[in-house]
Design a protein around this ligand. Structure first.
Ligand code: SF4
Length: 424
């Protein structure tokens, strides 16, 4: 059986999701190839002759491009079984299967994809946990996301385009140097339950740790591929208190020149001050943190479980230990009032963030994707919502804020990612 794994966009990074999907398929004896349209463009020859085409949708931003690829595959190779996998496949399984694909993987993808491939190749399986078939989707059946803890393996990076094809502008800006950036993860999911977050929508507060040996070998492979800086793409690097620091100690011993960044919450910065001090010496250069908006009302509305005071303390602490902060915001949201924009400006000045905020962060807008836990909130239900296939457009109660947003909006640029972290 010939399998094609397609990625369209993974935040401008080398696509981890298809690299992780490939390994168990190769081990099961299948012939696996990949297409990353982000760097390769649409290569139609890669589609022909494939029996199974699995399209990764790790981000909301990959859903529409993924659907376009599914339509192309259905047209050029109608015999191929098409499926979707990844975080937003879990969230949108019943909107994708039946309409755009023959099935959709819900939850962790490695085992369901491999079972599906076996099933399609004639090794009939009694059950396909985590696989929602088109027939089930059409009948309105919903299946639980497949979650397990022993399915992770070393990503097959040898199949992917080289790392230098994935330049990272904001990382180079923060590091003040041109780096070859690689990415990996030490865990999937997140323990927290911020209401806008697609990690929460897909994992429901569960976390799956990637075993240390897998991470270490993956990093060795990335270094062999030329990587000089590593981004941990976990939703939260402190998903487990000691997992990250243990890995960083070993990596620093093996690759003393390597530098790192990761994403974590304000409260974890404050709880792990000593550890961060050590991490700085191990090569951590900057931390991305979703600050949302410096107002208690907004923080409470998204159940962020932190305060403006904590945010300011975390900013001060990172400055003290000389780890840069890469703050992200949900600048335009339904709870911000026009006068709050003045407070926001003072917040940026008082905390000396002017030089480090990625300008794209000033035009971020709350995404109301279908499946978002926020949709159950009264303050959202009251909004003027316009329904689309995969999301809702919303209008701010104060039209001045929407006018300002549309005035500020710059045209989308390739690779520019307007979300608080790679997993949201
Ligand atoms: S926003 Fe961050 S901390 Fe909150 S649930 Fe999502 S990944 Fe976890």
């Amino acid at each position: 059986m010939n399998i094609l794994l397609i990625s369209t966009f993974e935040g401008g990074f080398q696509p981890n999701t298809i690299a992780t999907a490939a390994t168990p398929l190769i081990k099961a004896g299948f012939d696996v190839s990949i297409l990353d349209t982000y760097v390769e463009g649409i290569v139609e020859e890669k589609i022909s002759g494939k029996d199974l085409v699995a399209i990764s949708v790790p981000l909301f931003d990959a859903v529409h491009a993924g659907i376009e690829m599914a339509k192309l595959v259905a047209d050029k190779n109608p015999k191929a079984h098409i499926t979707f996998f990844g975080q937003h496949a879990t969230i949108n399984a019943n909107r994708l299967a039946g309409k755009y694909s023959d099935s959709c993987i819900c939850g962790e993808w490695e085992q369901p994809l491999t079972l599906l491939a076996k099933h399609l190749s004639g090794d009939k399986q009694d059950k396909l946990p985590g696989v929602l078939s088109a027939e089930q989707a059409v009948k309105g059946e919903v299946i639980p996301p497949h979650m397990s803890r022993n399915h992770l393996d070393i990503p097959s990076r040898h199949l992917l385009p080289p790392l230098y094809k994935y330049p990272q502008k904001q990382i180079n800006h923060l590091l003040e140097s041109e780096e070859i950036v690689g990415s990996t993860e030490i865990a999937r999911g997140c323990h927290h339950k911020c209401l806008y977050c697609s990690v929460f929508a897909a994992y429901g507060g569960k976390v799956i740790l990637v075993p240390e040996e897998i991470v270490l070998q993956d990093v060795r492979n990335l270094v062999e591929g030329g990587m000089t800086h590593l981004t941990f793409i976990d939703a939260d690097f402190f998903n487990a208190k000691y997992h990250g620091i243990k890995i960083l100690r070993k990596l620093h011993q093996e690759f003393p020149q390597l530098t790192y960044d990761f994403t974590t919450r304000v409260d974890h910065i404050l709880e792990n001050k000593e550890t961060l001090l050590e991490m700085k010496d191990l090569g951590v250069k900057f931390i991305t943190s979703a600050l949302e908006f410096p107002s208690e009302e907004v923080l409470d509305a998204v159940a962020k479980d932190t305060s403006v005071k904590d945010i300011e303390e975390a900013i001060r602490y990172l400055r003290e230990v000389d780890i840069k902060l890469n703050p992200t915001f949900i600048m335009f949201n339904p709870w911000t009032k026009f006068e709050d924009l003045t407070t926001f400006r003072s917040f940026i000045e008082d905390n000396q963030l002017g030089d480090i905020v990625d300008p794209i962060q000033y035009e971020t807008r709350l995404y109301l994707y279908k499946g978002s836990p926020l949709l159950h909130k009264d303050s959202i239900k009251k909004l003027d919502l316009e329904e689309h296939e995969f999301h809702y457009d919303w209008k701010h109660p104060d039209p001045k804020l929407d006018e300002l947003y549309f005035e500020m909006l710059t045209p989308a640029e390739e690779g520019i990612f307007k979300r608080c972290c790679l997993k949201c």
